[in-house]
Design a protein around this ligand. Structure first.
Ligand code: ZN
Length: 379
């Protein structure tokens, strides 16, 4: 075999039909869509466009809409985020049950320093303070005019709430309504109103705790749907075609840019690239967000600084309209070091592959299942 022959391999691509994933999130009788997914993204922070890792889900919603309690638990926090700066002023509830959920951005026109402006009304809810401890309390009204509540949520139980000079009463009878911190989807179907607190556009952000790296979609029902595409591009954003030839002497020939478009779905958490077979020993490269149940929270190439600008290695969240923020569901996974990287297993290095046909298998995992496979065969 001459040397040139050994160095040149051609690759063809077969696309398998793509499977859809979720556009809608369903919590009992409540249904909404995802406007921000779990994973890497590009945001504008203090006027600067930068990479970020979103450890939660952003759900579409109008200010004042009642947002459902996802799971039973104890309200262990009701108040503002503590992290200061531009991101402070987000009002949220944390409910600890079998799992921990945080519900963020509740109420609009509320700021950290506005406690003296309470109560704040929003939809069928009012944010107030308890009479005894001055703890925050969310009233869910049965009859707001008569000051009757279905229930009042607070992180301190057994307290009353006064609006003006009247103590809130139960929905029927003369008894005063007391706050509850143990909430259930039967007795307390709504945690509170969707809002804009923290100066964000109206939406509900759900996550599973401060810096907890678990995608809530692991636990929240979402419909399998539509519009899911995967492809493999070269450095110039041209689709690799059936006459793709790779050589370890030509860097552009083995530049891999995997494109994933999941605009309406968004449970992407891992992309794996294999050579010839999808066996662990043949794993060429893995892009992992973490975010699945039981996974090591140390994730994301993006968090570790491996944030691509669209050319260099890493994950690139595409900013389609050039406004400095990425648009959900458009991602690129770039690996340019097949020939050079010390991390590539010896037998997978291009120079060690036999001449002729090989397969490049690209897997994308979501909800712990294989979704699609792209095969390249080297000729
Ligand atoms: Zn969010």
């Amino acid at each position: 075999m001459n040397k040139l022959c050994k160095m040149l391999l051609t690759i063809s691509i077969v696309f398998f039909p793509s499977l859809g994933l979720a556009s809608k999130v369903v919590i009992r009788d409540y249904s909404t869509s995802i406007v921000g997914d779990f994973g890497p993204r590009r945001i504008i922070d203090d006027g600067v466009s930068k990479c970020d890792f979103h450890k939660g889900l952003d759900l579409k919603g109008v200010s004042g809409d009642a947002f459902p309690l996802v799971e039973n638990g104890t309200v262990n926090y009701l108040g503002f985020t503590q992290n200061g700066g531009a991101k402070s002023g987000i009002f949220y509830a944390r409910v600890d049950g079998d799992k921990k959920y945080r519900y963020m951005h509740m109420f609009s026109n509320v700021t950290v320093t506005a406690s003296n402006l309470l109560p704040i009304n929003s939809g069928n809810f009012t944010l107030a303070q308890t009479t005894e401890s001055k703890a925050y309390a969310i009233i869910y009204w049965t009859n707001k005019v008569e000051k009757r509540a279905k229930y009042i949520i607070s992180d301190i139980a057994g307290q009353t709430v006064k609006i003006g000079d009247r103590i809130i009463r139960k929905e029927v009878g003369d008894e005063f309504a007391e706050t509850t911190d143990n909430v259930s989807v039967v007795d307390n179907p709504y945690i509170g109103p969707i809002g804009t607190s923290g100066n964000f556009p109206s939406h509900m952000h759900i996550d599973m705790g401060l810096n907890v790296n678990v995608n809530p979609l692991n636990y929240i029902t979402h419909e399998n749907a539509v519009a899911y595409e995967m492809g493999l591009w070269d450095k110039n954003n041209k689709t690799r075609d059936e006459s793709w030839v790779i050589s370890d002497k030509i860097a552009d020939s083995y530049y891999l840019k995997i494109t994933v478009t999941s605009k309406e779905t968004l449970n992407l958490d891992k992309v794996l690239i294999y050579v010839d077979s999808a066996a662990e020993k043949n794993l060429l490269r893995e892009y992992s967000y973490g975010g699945r149940a039981g996974e090591n929270p140390l994730n994301t190439l993006v968090e570790n600084g491996d944030c691509s600008d669209g050319l260099k290695d890493g994950v690139y969240s595409v900013d389609l309209d050039g406004n400095g923020e990425s648009d959900v569901g458009n991602e690129r996974f770039i690996f340019s070091k097949w020939a050079d990287s010390k991390d590539v297993k010896t037998h997978l290095k291009i120079e060690n592959l036999s001449a002729g046909n090989h397969s490049l298998i690209i897997r994308k995992l979501l909800k712990m299942q294989l979704v699609m496979k792209v095969i390249h065969s080297f000729i």
